[in-house]
Design a protein around this ligand. Structure first.
Ligand code: BGC
Length: 735
């Protein structure tokens, strides 16, 4: 107590303090769910019991917080993708939802000038093979979200890349369930650790954008569990996302958001998921989705009706939807809110340190850039090069980003946005937005002694002349991809393949830097001296590209997706549903089952252009002392040594190559290691048993057959240096 108070004042203060204590205690008694010592389940149970029918209905639906098909946005909503009103009477905060995976978005500039740090694309993150960077990126998104007042991030895109043309591959994490699931889980964990709810999406098998609302994904149940669902399962276990967003498409005949089997059976049943299921925006087609497992209707103005408003209320009043089910819906929402800390540590506006956050984005970009090809001695670039010709790709202005709901606007607004035009719902998102981190300036900064010229690449003849006049050429190839559309083929658009072919023919010291949303074909590959896949590289992409080109950092990205020779190497050459009118349902038959990407290349003996896991380094790595032990679990250990002259980072990969005598290829472990020249690291990996076995549909569990299991350690799925095997006991595991 302050010493200067008089005795009378002290008594007054004391009694005030006691009064305050009593008030706090009675508030606590009145709101027992605010007791942080109780579990989120218990707190949710207590609060849920207080809700009236109308309050419950209010919590299970909400609009896009944008004046789109509605005149004004709800009072209190921050303009963003979604809003669910809270319940003031009980202190339940509103859900302020924004997209998410690549940074906090500002759709259609709803909040003028409010940008955010752009992380590199999901594929760039996956290419890092670095779980820590995934966590750091998630934590960054969570922090910026909180500081803008958001408490839900629509993040966690983990659909497996089954088609290299998928327009949203850049938001996802590649073709492998272990890699994608692990990194998605870590990035979700990073978001939730900032007291922000994260989703995981799009549940499930949203494998293409073409006519996505009418695509019926057809797949055998066991194969689904072993592939796309396994990625979700791993990510949910690791990241504990508060919500699962169901997808636009149908799965085996039922819409994802009304899919009893997927939602009630697999997610809430087999996996005992405790959070809530929210719909994708415009993915609810009927009120009875409430009994099929959907808990919340999002972006409701995009649906034909606010199904979870008056229709659901009437159905509950009539007993057509059990009141217990509605209560379960709100309990799940509240449970995730308590678990993430939305009641205890509410989001509050605060300053954001964008320069510091941009450095995190730069680290992800540096480790995600993949050196696909390098003619000995060309890269890293010598700082002594006299003339460098930089060509194309708007490299003078910034780095490319992908379009759609994940589009991040840089702090201060997008300075360069090249409209692509178009029609329909997604037309407003069809802009090539460049993040203001120009590779040209970064290259100039790395080579102050060189004359660095820029040619925009619009005319082949002048680009060729520029290439001929330089010691070294850095030519960019851009492929914009966006939500709502797939690439029609794997070429670089706008004649860039012709440009690159001419430039690489004119100067053998040509380095091709690709900024693509996924794999592309490379008709000019033989002529190129070096090829670098930079993906969409985010807030500091230009600097990160220059860092890799000049060897400021090692080239340590590894492909999270196979790069094919042509689309003919994939099971679906014609894009399913292309050209069909709206509302015409069609099947996308995934008869490759769980053999997604490299697994199918292995099963069919095809040779890709660049295999999954491939990526060169500026140093060399050797693997030795492989030991595999079996029994109840499969444990693999080996040494990785930097046998070259430079410090570097490697991502050694462990594959299962046969299971109980049956040839397979599955990634069962990976690690990112940083090594000085001559340094050795001992790596130990215990395989997730689900990756060793198969899903037994009739028995509804994972099952491992007893026998020999062979593993291989290598630098990519097609470069397996060491092999060994061990005997595994028969085992079955809960689904
Ligand atoms: C996308 C979701 C996104 C939502 C809200 C939808 O179009 O599919 O990924 O979270 O919009 O912006």
């Amino acid at each position: 107590m302050p010493r200067s108070l008089t005795a009378a004042a002290s008594v007054a203060v004391l009694s005030f303090a006691m009064g305050a204590f009593a008030t706090a205690a009675s508030a606590e008694a009145a709101k027992p769910w605010m007791n942080t010592k109780l579990s989120p389940d218990e707190r949710a149970r207590l609060l849920n019991a207080e809700l009236t029918l109308d309050e419950r209905i209010g919590l299970v639906h909400g609009p896009m917080a944008m004046p789109f098909k509605i005149k004004t946005i709800p009072k209190g909503a921050i303009g963003s993708a979604g809003y669910i009103a809270g319940v003031e009477r009980l202190g339940i905060p509103a859900l302020q939802e924004s997209d998410a995976s690549l940074g906090v978005t500002n759709p259609l500039g709803m909040r003028p000038g409010d940008g955010a740090t752009a992380l590199p694309s999901g594929l760039a993150l996956a290419a890092t093979f670095n779980a820590k960077l995934a966590y750091d990126g998630g934590a960054l998104v969570g922090r910026e979200a909180r500081a803008k007042g958001f408490n839900v991030q629509l993040a966690g895109g983990v659909n497996l890349a089954r088609d290299p043309r998928n327009g949203r591959n850049f938001e996802y994490l590649g073709e492998d369930p272990l890699l994608a699931g692990t990194l998605a889980g870590e990035s979700i964990r990073g978001i939730e650790a900032q007291n922000v709810v994260s989703t995981i999406k799009h549940f499930a098998l949203n494998g293409q954008e073409t006519n996505r609302h009418w695509a019926n994904s057809v797949i055998e149940e066991g194969a689904l569990r072993e592939s796309d669902l396994l990625a979700f399962q791993i990510a949910i276990e690791k990241g504990q996302p508060g919500a699962v967003m169901c997808a636009y498409n149908l799965v085996n005949g039922d819409y994802s958001c009304g899919n009893d089997h997927l939602l009630n059976g697999v997610l809430k049943g087999d996996w005992a998921y405790k959070g809530w299921v929210m719909s994708d925006w415009g993915a609810v087609h009927a009120m009875n989705y409430a009994v099929k497992g959907l808990d919340q209707q999002s972006g409701e103005q995009l649906d034909d009706q606010v199904w979870f408003g008056a229709p659901l209320k009437t159905a509950v009043e009539k007993g057509e939807v059990p009141a217990e089910r509605l209560s379960d819906m709100t309990r799940r929402i509240l449970r995730s809110m308590f678990a993430a800390g939305l009641f205890d540590v509410p989001a509050a506006k605060s300053e954001i340190d964008y320069p510091a956050n941009a450095e995190i984005a730069r680290k992800v970009a540096q480790e995600g850039i993949v050196l696909l090809k390098n003619r000995e001695g060309l890269l890293p670039l010598a700082k002594t090069a006299k003339t460098i010709a930089v060509i194309g790709g708007h490299a003078d202005a910034g780095v490319l980003s992908g379009g759609g709901s994940s589009q991040v606007i840089p702090p201060g607004g997008a300075k360069v946005s090249i409209p692509l035009g178009g029609e329909g719902m997604m037309a407003a998102f069809r802009n090539q937005i460049l993040h203001p981190s120009a590779p040209l300036a970064a290259i100039r900064a790395e080579a102050p002694g060189a004359r660095v010229t820029f040619n925009d690449g619009r005319y082949v003849a002048s680009a060729v002349a520029a290439a001929k006049a330089a010691d070294v050429v850095i030519v960019f190839g851009n492929q914009w991809m966006g939500e709502g559309e797939d690439a029609p083929d794997l070429s670089l658009p706008e004649g860039q393949d012709v440009l690159i072919a001419a430039v690489t023919a004119a100067n053998p010291n040509s380095i091709v830097v690709l900024q693509t949303g996924g794999p592309v074909t490379m008709p000019w590959l033989d002529q190129a001296g070096a090829v670098v896949e930079a993906w969409y590289s985010g807030a500091k992409g230009g600097e990160a590209i220059a860092d890799v080109l000049f060897g400021e950092v090692d080239a340590s990205g590894r492909l999270p997706m196979t790069f094919p020779v042509s689309i003919e190497q994939y099971p679906r050459v014609a894009m399913p549903g292309l050209g069909l009118p709206e509302k015409a349902q069609f099947d996308v038959v995934y008869d490759e089952g769980a053999d997604v990407g490299y697994r199918r290349f292995a099963a069919t003996g095809q040779k890709p252009l660049f295999p999954f896991g491939h990526g060169l380094s500026y140093t060399r790595f050797g693997y030795a002392n492989l030991k595999v032990t079996g029994g109840d679990a499969l444990t693999v250990s080996f040494d990785v040594t930097n046998t070259g002259q430079r410090p570097g980072k490697d991502a050694p990969q462990v594959y299962l190559t046969s299971a109980a005598g049956k040839p397979v290829q599955r990634l069962i472990g990976f690690e990112k290691v940083e090594l000085k020249p001559g340094e050795t690291r001992h790596v130990t990996i215990t395989a997730d048993p689900r990756l060793l076995g198969g899903f037994d549909v009739a028995g509804k569990r994972w099952s491992l057959t007893a026998g020999d299991y062979q593993v291989a350690v290598g630098a990519s799925s097609a470069d397996l240096a060491l092999k060994a095997s061990a005997k595994i006991k028969a085992r079955s595991i809960k689904p």
